[in-house]
Design a protein around this ligand. Structure first.
Ligand SMILES: NC(=O)c1ccc[n+]([C@@H]2O[C@H](COP(=O)([O-])OP(=O)(O)OC[C@H]3O[C@@H](n4cnc5c(N)ncnc54)[C@H](O)[C@@H]3O)[C@@H](O)[C@H]2O)c1
Length: 281
C-alpha cells in the first residue's frame, strides 16, 4: 500500500515494488493521475488504485477496509503522500489554513494510515513494515523559510521513532522505518502541491511567493551557493527506498553521514543553549 503513489517518489516506490513481484495498491487523491499511472503500470504487475484523501480519517478507514477485504493482508504500508503549504516566507505570515492543510496531509495523513492499518497488520500475525516518508527538512533540521512543512516532517520522524519502539515493545512482527527522500534534487510534483489544495483550506490573504520556491529558482539558488544541483532519478530513489526496507534499516536515506554531521552541530548548540545552525538558507 503506497499513499501518494500516483506520481513522484511514491510512483518510484510502486515501480520498485512491482519489479519485486509485490501486489500493490496505490492510494492517491489525484484521480486522473492515479488512473493514468495504474494503466501505465498494469503490464508490469498486479497494481490497482483507490482514490483516497489521507487527511480524512474516514477515507483512509475505507481504504483499509478495501485493502483487507480484497488483498487479505497488508505487509508494507508506505505513508508517503505529502504536500508543502508552499510560497516559503516567514513563519508569522503562514496562515491557519496553511497549517491545517499541510498538517492535515503530512501529519494526520500518516496518523490516519497508522490508525487504520497497524492494528489490522498486528492482528494478522504476519510480518510487516510501516514506512513513513519524512524529509531532511524538519526530520533532521528545519529550513527556516519552510517552517510549516519542516514542522510537519519533524512530527513524522518523531512519530516513527516512537512507533518503532512500541511495535518492538508490544512483541509484534511489525517494524517501522523512516524514509528521507534525498540523493539529489527531486523534480517532483511537490513543487506544485497547491494543485491538490482543497478550496476550503485556500489562503485567505494573497502572499507573493518568496524567492526560491519554484523548482527552477531553488535549483539556481543551489548552484549559486556552490551546492550540488544534480537531479535524482525517481525510479532509482523508489528502488533505494524499497531496498532499504528489505535490508531492515530503520533510517533510509542518502547522505546520512552529512545529516549526522548537521545533527552533531545542532547537538553542540543545544548543549550550550544556543540556536542551532540553519539547515539551508
Ligand atoms: N520532492 C522533494 O524534494 C521531497 C524531499 C523530501 C521529502 N519529500 C516527501 O516525499 C513525499 C512524496 O512527495 P513528492 O515529492 O513525490 O511529491 P508529488 O507531489 O510528486 O507526490 C505526492 C503525491 O501525493 C498525492 N497527494 C497529495 N495530497 C494527498 C492527499 N490528501 N491524499 C492522498 N494523496 C495525496 C499527490 O497527488 C501526489 O501523487 C512527500 O511526503 C514529500 O513531503 C519530498
Amino acid at each position: 500500500m503506497v499513499t501518494g503513489g500516483a506520481a513522484g517518489i511514491g510512483r518510484g516506490m510502486v515501480e520498485a515494488l512491482l519489479e519485486d513481484g509485490a501486489r500493490v495498491v496505490i492510494a492517491d487523491v489525484e484521480a486522473p493521475v492515479l488512473g493514468a499511472t495504474v494503466s501505465e503500470l498494469a503490464g508490469t504487475g498486479e497494481v490497482r488504485g483507490v482514490v483516497t484523501d489521507v487527511s480524512a480519517a474516514a477515507s483512509v478507514e475505507a481504504l483499509a477496509d478495501d485493502v483487507f477485504a480484497h488483498e487479505g493482508a497488508c505487509h508494507l504500508l508506505f505513508n508517503n503522500a505529502g504536500v508543502t503549504s508552499g510560497g516559503g516566507g516567514r513563519p508569522w505570515e503562514q496562515e491557519a489554513n496553511d497549517w491545517a492543510w499541510c498538517f492535515g496531509v503530512n501529519v494526520f495523513g500518516v496518523a490516519n494510515g497508522m490508525l487504520s492499518f497497524v492494528p489490522r497488520m498486528i492482528a494478522s500475525g504476519e510480518p510487516g513494515v510501516v514506512v513513513n516518508t519524512s524529509s531532511m527538512d524538519g526530520g533532521i533540521a528545519p529550513v527556516p523559510y519552510a517552517s510549516v512543512y519542516a514542522s510537519s516532517k519533524a512530527a513524522i520522524s518523531c512519530l516513527t521513532e516512537a512507533l518503532a519502539h512500541q511495535l518492538v515493545a508490544a512483541g509484534t512482527d511489525i517494524r517501522a522505518a523512516v524514509f528521507y527522500p534525498s540523493g539529489g534534487l527531486l523534480d517532483t510534483g511537490l513543487w506544485t502541491a497547491q494543485r491538490n489544495r482543497p478550496a476550503a483550506l485556500a489562503r485567505t490573504k494573497p502572499r507573493p511567493p518568496a524567492p526560491g520556491t519554484t523548482f527552477e529558482e531553488f535549483k539556481e539558488h543551489l548552484v549559486a551557493s556552490g551546492r550540488t544541483a544534480e537531479l535524482m532519478d525517481l525510479r532509482q530513489l523508489g528502488r533505494f527506498a524499497v531496498d532499504g526496507v528489505k535490508a531492515g534499516h530503520f533510517i533510509i536515506g542518502h547522505g546520512l553521514e552529512e545529516a549526522a554531521a548537521m545533527l552533531h552541530r545542532r547537538a553542540d548548540a543545544i548543549g550550550e543553549g544556543r540556536l542551532p545552525p540553519a539547515a539551508l538558507s
